[in-house]
Design a protein around this ligand. Sequence first.
Ligand code: GDP
Length: 613
Amino acid sequence: MQAPSVGGVMLPRGNGETVRLSRGASLTDFAEKINANPASLVAVMMNLGEMVTATQSVSDETLQLLADEMNYTVQIVSPEEEDRELLESFDIEFGEDEGDEEDLMVRPPVVTVMGHVDHGKTRLLDAIRKTNVIAGEAGGITQHIGAYQVATEVNDEERKITFIDTPGHEAFTAMRARGARSTDIAILVVAANDGVMPQTVEALNHAKAADVPIVVAVNKIDVEGADPTKVRGQLTEYGLVAEEYGGDTMFVDISAKQGLHIDSLLEAVVLTADASLDLRANPNQDAQGIAIESRLDRGRGAVSTVLVQRGTLRVGDTMVVGDAYGRVRAMHDDNGNSVAEAGPSTPVQVLGLTNVPGAGDNFLVVDEDRTARQIAEKRAARERNAAFAKRTRRVSLEDLDKVLKAGEVQQLNLIIKGDASGSVEALESSLLQLDVGEEVDIRVLHRGVGAVTESDIDLAMGSDAIVIGFNVRAAGRAQQMAEREGVDVRYYSVIYQAIEEIEAALKGMLKPEFEEVELGTAEIREVFKSSKLGNIAGVLIRSGEVRRNTKARLLRDGKVVAENLNIEGLRRFKDDVTEIREGFEGGINLGNFNDIKVDDVIATYEMREKPRV
Ligand code: GDP
């Protein structure tokens, strides 16, 4: 078959073969797969009305379009799939326990506390922690590492429970969005004096979507007006029916403040786990799990809390966490005690990683440092490509036309840096939820843990982005660079403040709306004819003031007879003036407009920008 050509360049042509490409691939990657010259693919794209360079990452749609045109079938590989394949290439399987049934041992449930703001999530996490320090481990300094473990007696047996102690469903959802399953059971906190609120429902829906069983903690029963029965009734509507009403959800009435019935709540968690989940893991294999929270510590470097999901993590192990890797130098538990090993469902803080992983990144232990480095580097490269692909917005000629015509969508580009991956992700997801209408859009180009660096400023310059530093500052020469290049860097330590300001900035990007504001009215008492200027109105200012060079309309018997006039001349006695106030007389010249009569009213106004609410 004769290959078609465009401008003399031979176009590659397939027979419908499938080409696998990772998200964010470039035309060069594509060309390599089909043994073609990258330049010919550039030519095809040009023919399709799109200018793309050979090495630039392109969107899924562009790859699809290109494949259709050349008669290939493209299969875009998702990051998760790709990661699985990457690990497989090293003979590693992630997410499955090794061995048989008899290798599996019971592990503690991992719990996230969710619910409406102010219903007592934080207070509850504190209360649980205080009343249940694991025996023998007391004496350490309680530390916030992102998760902790407590023990409780159920049927004369000591049972452990692990709590993720960032309350709220934001972190939960952010992790889930990355395919990480962190939570076995959700405690839904509902204040008995307030009842079911919007975020209660949101949290409940998130838990259901993730197929996570719910235990309801009806909190604040010490408060006057508390009505735990009402809460049970309300939640029935959402499919959570209390056991005492024949359902299968456990409700426990508590007071986080007074420490009331915390033990019963813990028991309910254990019983729910036993009834509806089979929580077992193989402790005798290389450890795997997920990163919960990480930050950069000045003295100690990257500090990351990981939750072991299977296997046992030991000091000295070589691990990969997202695109970070390293040999575990030390581990600490949530009491600040140093520990040598951590089994399934145990959260530990790990030192020794090269950089800071993200919340929800998976971790695994590998045999060799080299393997760890290779996996981490491949992941980092993939992240870069994917971020770049997101950044290059595909505008075809057709789109471009539309974009130009409409004056169209404006986009606020952001780069978010923060002190911990949890806070960065929480900030990002809150910002992405901002909605000020269809005209403007937020795009997060890059996020990360650590100071604002010169490379952040570089990226901001290249894409007109605003840099947000959450509990971090600019490092080295980044600040000077930002000032020199006019990059807007904003620092915050309170999430809500950041959200408010960005929302205001977004509103500022909306096209201004104007409204008419009346300035004054003038009644025509006399009409003077001037050979040079035409008709001059002798007026008495009835209200407000009349200013030169403002807009006016003419009213006769209360009806508008002329619009869009201009106060071109304004005089008092023989002097030109800029304004005449209420109660004074003067002369008005409306330029070319001469059709004025005694008793007409000249009303003046101006257009003012309306503040957005
Ligand atoms: P969160 O937003 O869900 O984390 O709520 P907090 O834990 O910050 O609690 C909100 C407010 O309710 C705080 O002032 C708590 O002291 C108070 N609070 C929490 N639990 C109880 C309770 O059981 N009884 C009473 N009276 N107040 C509580």
